[in-house]
Design a protein around this ligand. Structure first.
Ligand SMILES: [Zn+2]
Length: 213
């Protein structure tokens, strides 16, 4: 009987939120330049990886100097331009971040709020999509990306981001797959074709790459 309970408990823990599998069996990323590169808690970028084609986003659509890879940058500008035409303000607040910057960001969270909290909202060094130059955090009319969910821009992005090749990377109820809580402000460029598929199926990049179609 004891054995049986222990067994059930083990299954429960392992299934949990999938949390047990994060930051375990970490693989080194071999295709960092690929537009579909998968960076998450199990796939790590080299400390030396810097995208070769980073370009500065037009200041109309970004806070200060913000960089994305050429293809993502052009798509982002097109998207923000169209949003502006329709009366919305989708502005990039965080884009490419280098390895060291990410390391410090995560360290600060750990120091302030502990490892568990840090892991729920910040990636460890080498595990951030922002190092690919393909991810962007945005803010809307309330100029607070943390509260982006409450903006009309969030609704606009829900309907339109995929048309420009961006996906909502950390949706609600997918934490057990992505390893991150819901981040309404974080978008990832994957190109129009794949963005449409992921959007229509309501899946994550992890799920798509497991079974591409
Ligand atoms: Zn982000």
């Amino acid at each position: 009987m004891k054995k049986y309970i222990a067994y059930l408990l083990l299954i429960f823990i392992l299934r949990g939120d999938g949390v047990m599998t994060f930051y375990k069996n970490i693989k080194r990323i071999e295709n960092p330049e690929d537009i579909l590169v998968l960076v998450n808690k199990n796939n790590k970028l080299d400390s030396t990886y810097i995208p070769k084609d980073l370009e500065k986003i037009s200041i109309h659509y970004a806070h200060e100097e913000k960089y994305l890879r050429k293809e993502a940058k052009e798509a982002f500008e097109k998207m923000s331009e169209e949003a502006t035409k329709q009366g919305y303000h989708v502005v990039a607040v965080s884009t490419y971040r280098n390895y060291e910057y990410q390391a410090n960001l995560y360290k600060n969270y750990v120091e302030k709020k502990g490892t568990e909290y840090a892991d729920s909202c910040s990636a460890r060094k080498g595990h951030s999509e922002h190092q690919t130059g393909l991810a962007v955090d945005v803010e809307g009319e309330n100029k607070d990306y943390d509260l982006f969910e409450n903006t009309k821009e969030f609704d606009w992005m829900n309907k339109n981001a995929h048309l420009y090749g961006f996906i909502l990377r950390y949706p609600q109820n997918k934490t057990n797959i992505t390893g991150f809580k819901f981040e309404p402000w974080h978008y990832r460029y994957v190109g129009k074709e794949i963005a449409k598929k992921i959007y229509e199926k309501k899946i994550t990049l992890e799920e798509y790459l497991k079974n591409p179609f």
